[in-house]
Design a protein around this ligand. Structure first.
Ligand SMILES: Cc1cc2nc3c(=O)[nH]c(=O)nc-3n(C[C@H](O)[C@H](O)[C@H](O)COP(=O)(O)OP(=O)(O)OC[C@H]3O[C@@H](n4cnc5c(N)ncnc54)[C@H](O)[C@@H]3O)c2cc1C
Length: 319
């Protein structure tokens, strides 16, 4: 119920205008967002790298409405790659195709994606294409495949365990030796396309992790690159300790080296667990978002955890 409300609010322009005016909303958002400028966020990348944590860096923004905005988003992504190079960071980037113009014109979006991948290739870096709501999955996978067929190997995708279709998508992507990040899924989806019960999403998550780890052995278990930029094939993106324990158990049983998989978490969530996994010798990558378009990302983080919502509401009442 609260989850649906906050995901709906993430799309409301009216709520956005109200909430972005509250100082305490921004104060709370800074738990999840590394700052509004590239300069402040790159410092966070540096600090995480010093702790042995790799990064995927994200300039917030989605559903751009004009070709000019989409072009600017692509240029910003390239600026992130340049900034990572400047600090010699152990970091790649994550992008959203709706930010790069997917909903305006697919060929324009492809052009922007190509520009970004070319720049990443020049820097020896990697681009992860985030997955958005279920209506975008086909186009996202098609553009990912188009880039692979054009010779870009430095690109990966994301699948979501809440979608019924994901098992079939996973099977094909693993055959193509795709670098896949698996998450549970952060959008509001209809029961026609997604498991409505969390328990089913979790069971599917474990099943999909098993498939990914097994495929990694088939593909020779490619490891994290020494500079921390090119991830291994399976990226296990969750803060759920049971899901992480399952992945570790299966990987061990298959005899996979620790750096043939990667755990990924969001900036500001379960820092203790991030550090624990690093101490155990697993590669950990943290998703570090920054920018002025923090509102929908922040709302999705609130939706994931009722305690976050109560904290926000109690501040509102106090004010
Ligand atoms: C690296 C990364 C990349 C992602 N990329 C995408 C993407 O491309 N597309 C997409 O749809 N989704 C993406 N997500 C979000 C994901 O789908 C989930 O919504 C999110 O990770 C919460 O689910 P969970 O797996 O942590 O499990 P949950 O069962 O939701 O949470 C497990 C535990 O994690 C902690 N936790 C989880 N969320 C929060 C929170 N917001 N605040 C405080 N504690 C929390 C709590 O302790 C909770 O008990 C990504 C997540 C990660 C980690």
């Amino acid at each position: 119920m609260l989850r649906s409300l906050f995901i709906s609010l993430s799309k409301s322009e009216w709520a956005k205008d109200q909430i972005m005016r509250w100082d305490f909303a921004w104060n709370m958002a800074t738990r999840f967002v590394a700052g509004e400028t590239l300069e402040s966020a790159i410092e966070v990348v540096r600090t995480l790298n010093e702790k042995g944590i790799n990064v995927t860096f994200d300039h917030l923004g989605e559903f751009t409405a004009t070709p000019e905005e989409a072009r600017k988003a692509a240029e910003d992504a390239i600026a992130m790659l340049d900034a990572i190079e400047e600090i010699d960071g152990r970091a790649g980037i994550s992008i959203k195709l709706s930010q790069m113009g997917l909903l305006i014109d697919k060929s324009l979006c492809a052009e922007h994606l190509r520009m970004i991948l070319q720049s990443a290739k020049t820097h020896g870096n990697f681009v992860r294409i985030d997955m958005e709501d279920a209506t975008t999955v086909d186009d996202t996978l098609a553009l990912y495949r188009q880039m692979r067929s054009e010779g870009f190997e430095n690109v990966g995708v994301v699948l979501q365990s809440y979608l019924y279709r994901t098992e079939a998508d996973m099977e094909v992507l693993l055959r193509e030796a795709a670098r896949v990040r698996l998450c549970k899924g952060a959008y509001k989806e209809s029961p026609d396309v997604a498991y409505p019960k969390k328990a089913d999403v979790d069971v599917n998550y474990d099943r999909l992790v098993d498939m990914m780890l097994e495929a990694a052995t088939r593909h020779g278990a490619p490891r994290l690159s020494p500079d921390g930029r090119i991830p291994p094939l399976p990226a296990i993106a969750t803060h759920d300790e049971l899901r992480i324990a399952n992945a570790k158990r299966v990987a061990e049983k298959l005899g996979l080296p620790k750096d043939a998989l990667e755990f990924q978490m969001l900036y500001g969530i379960r820092r203790d667990l991030q550090e624990q996994l690093v101490a155990e010798g697993y590669p950990v990558r943290v998703y570090v978002p920054y920018g002025t378009q923090w509102y929908p990302y922040f709302m999705r983080r609130l939706a994931e955890r009722p305690a976050n919502v109560w904290f926000l509401l109690s501040n509102l009442l106090r004010e």
